[in-house]
Design a protein around this ligand. Sequence first.
Ligand SMILES: Cc1cc2nc3c(=O)[nH]c(=O)nc-3n(C[C@H](O)[C@H](O)[C@H](O)COP(=O)(O)O)c2cc1C
Length: 357
Amino acid sequence: MSFFKELFHKTEQILWSAFLKPFFFSFDPEKVHHFVVGAMKLFSPIFYLRKSFYHFKLSGKNHPSLEKEVFGIKFPNPVGLAAGFDKNAEVYKQMSSLGFGFIEIGTVTPVAQDGNPKKRIFRLVNDNALINRLGFNNDGVDKIVDRLRNRGDVIIGGNIGKNKVTPNENAKDDYLICFKALYDHVDYFAVNVSSPNTPNLRDLQNINDLREILFPLIKENKKRETKPILIKISPDLNDSDIKKIVDLSFDLKIDGIITSNTTLDRNNLKSKKKLAIESGGLSGEPLNKRSTDIIRLIHQYSNKKLPIIGVGGIMSTQDALDKLKAGASLIQLYTGFIYNGPSFARNINKEIIKSLN
Ligand SMILES: Cc1cc2nc3c(=O)[nH]c(=O)nc-3n(C[C@H](O)[C@H](O)[C@H](O)COP(=O)(O)O)c2cc1C
């Protein structure tokens, strides 16, 4: 069995690097994304079969040593899919069959919106990076809730935001609308105040605005069974502002921090200037160090008491281990998945098992 398992995984990897990746990378990134999501929906039985294989231990996904309880949730493994890939909750089951232990859907806004004009995703291949300025394109919370009604055993994070037309003074209402609508359909919430592609959204990271957004959510949470609430922050905050958010998290009993979203920093890029200066958030390898530094900062400053989901530039299995070592309880992937292909989450899990032995 083990021989066939390895053969299957090796074939998948060769297929990805020799054929699929060069083919996909020759087309527009957003078109490829829609094509892949469409194919996943069309061929979903293949993914469900694959998931059954996992249950028969054809991968490390259900290995008991990978299980982890964080903010009251039992995760089958610590490797999650970051927000933005399955914005509309269309393929979370298929993605979970690729070895992800949890899927963060969204960012979800109260009303459907198209996002910014296309073209709005760029590959910086020389930097192992992406720039995106999508701007919270999504189907709106009601449609997304419908797709989560039969979510089965997949652990889902609900990443919530505000509509572009909602002024910052009223942002708290948008967050609350999404929170209430998603409440029975997700396992935890990620309050996204860190996307660079919705004008002035990042201003909401100041302590007073954050408090105003979080307070109604906490109040609503207390009326119910209480779901974990996490804040997703920007890597462009300075250390002192990050510490203020940690203090606020203790003050309001927030369950954790997700660090980090994409960066506006364009230093030390190898790609051609024309590409490197595209506006939007940069993700992938150039983000790795800052994101890991922030994990370490929060871990130390919080006396290891605040759970952290580490995301940003995990491009290799070693990058994943480094984030866990720096203090992340869980990690998430986006750009690394685009560059490394469908085996990436599983390979990271295998490496985590090895590191534990
Ligand atoms: C195309 C794209 C779309 C994204 N959309 C969202 C989003 O809607 N909400 C969010 O919180 N983060 C979003 N992100 C940020 C990722 O969740 C992640 O925080 C960031 O990309 C850093 O991780 P990475 O280097 O592994 O990609 C997006 C990233 C990319 C590349």
